[in-house]
Design a protein around this ligand. Sequence first.
Ligand code: DAH
Length: 336
Amino acid sequence: MRQNEAMELDALVERASTEIAAATDLESLAEVERSFVGKKGELVGLKKTLGQLEPEERKAAGQALNEAMSSVAAVVVDRRAVLATAAEAEQLASERLDLTEVIEEVKRGHLHLVTQARDRLEDVFVGMGFTVAEGPEVESAWYNFEALNIPEWHPARGSFDTIFVDLGEPETTMLRSHTSPVQVRTMENQEPPIYIVAPGRTFRTDTADATHLPAFNQIEGLVIDKGIGLGDLAGTIESFVGAFFGHEVKTRLRPSYFPFTEPSAEFDISTPSGDWLELGGCGVVQPKVLENCGIDPEIWQGFAFGFGIDRLAVMRYQLDDIRELVNNDVRFLRQF
Ligand code: DAH
């Protein structure tokens, strides 16, 4: 290899080293690498000229060229390591999360609208001196119907659209179709005076539509004491509606029929537009029901009422469709 060629090669390696050192990121380094040792790189270009040399010159020149290429490659490797470490550090810094950061609004879950309504109802009635009672969701015909003065032949039985459970004799075990069986259970187990409300889930074969759900919630009220009459019932409903909806909301009773009360009524509440909305049923407890539960109707009298909690929520918040309550769309639920 001639002297000037060797010097040229040294200069080339030095230029390569300078350019490699000047590359500030992995991409520009790759470009520099390509321009010297890539397929069309300067050093590879020199390799192609070896063929024009004399055989003895060719060997030395080839060796010098190989050394030059590997020294450039080594410099690239070192520089790449430095740049890769820097790039990683930069990425880590940019992705860093400050876990002590205070987020302005904490989005927590909250109780479901129906649970809120149920809790408020309980609060209102507890404030009026009632206690909260419970009963099972699977009932026998005795509690769901018979003790409530709805014998098997009674037409009212058909109106309950009962969901039966496959247990024992056909149609003897069922999902309770109202919370009224809790009246019976309470009277069987508790000496009067009795002042209870019983909220809970109830079930009917209804198809879900804008105003019906097959699984819904009711709240039952029962008062047994001496000298209790229709006036006490009307006053209780008025106080509860005032406390729950606000005292501008009025109530009225309309004559109706239930086998377990006599007289029976449906109670309505007034709306701002002047209409009346039906909320539930109520009445003076049938003496027969008291007897069925071992309470002497000559001494004790009482009243009872029952209404849907889901419907109450629908009225209070003017929902278009009761099914919203069970769709589990958080965008809807978050509003309440
Ligand atoms: N259990 C009745 C129903 O589900 C509602 C009802 C009416 C309850 C009158 C009562 C009552 O306690 O006295 O349709």
